[in-house]
Ligand binder design. Sequence first.
Ligand code: NHR
Ligand code: GAR
Length: 221
Amino acid sequence: MHEESLQQIPRIVVLISGSGSNLQALIDAIAAGTIIATIELVISNTAEAKGLARANKAGIATQVINHLEFSSRDAFDRELIHAIDDKQPELVVLAGFMRILTTNFTQHYHARMLNIHPSLLPQFKGINTHERAIEAEVEQHGASVHFVTDELDGGPIVLQAIVPVLDLDSPTVLATRVLAQEHVIYPIAIKWFCEGRLTLAKNTVLMDGHPLPAQGMPYLA
Ligand code: NHR
Ligand code: GAR
């Protein structure tokens, strides 16, 4: 028998804070058979997240861990780790998760946690990226999938989608154009990870064992 056929189906835990459209793209890719994996748990830091209903509808377990109920970031993150590790996931996926994570947390999931950030990193780290891209009058904007490290939005880049900024763009209109591309590239990167093709060695992303360029795999929308 091939070694691969003995391998476990990768388990994923997804962290959300909001609408969960990237979670939905992952649910859909798994349902379609494009990605072979199971989502063991969806965790939100707020009960208001619309993404919780998406998980429920797909029959996926959900848990709310409200950061407001913890006295420190460290206490919140320790509770997150407890809930995540209970599922023994191969991969942790941040999908619109809005809480900055402690060093303790990022080290614990080193090389097995991905994020999608709505900018062409290293430009526009942090929040309100679409507003800042328009304000800066850049011609190109987009989204980046990266491994999560302690450096906020500074972890090694896996894949980027480039979208044009148009003359009459508002942050909302631009965000919608970027989000559509997020739904394309995030499942691709997650698929690579689940197939064992995507790894992190030191601070370099390897694809099939070969280093990727600093901006990851370019993807032109
Ligand atoms: N944590 C670490 N250590 N490293 C990263 O790369 C992380 C991270 C946590 C989240 C997602 C990130 C994004 O894609 C992410 C990457 C939240 C903030 C933020 O400022 C910034 C970046 C990201 C997520 N959060 C505020 C906080 O005090 C709260 C903001 C709010 O609630 O609106 O945690 O953009
Ligand atoms: C996405 O654009 C994602 O890149 C961004 O929030 C949106 C979440 O949408 N993430 C961050 O800003 C993380 N700080 P979703 O909840 O519909 O997937």
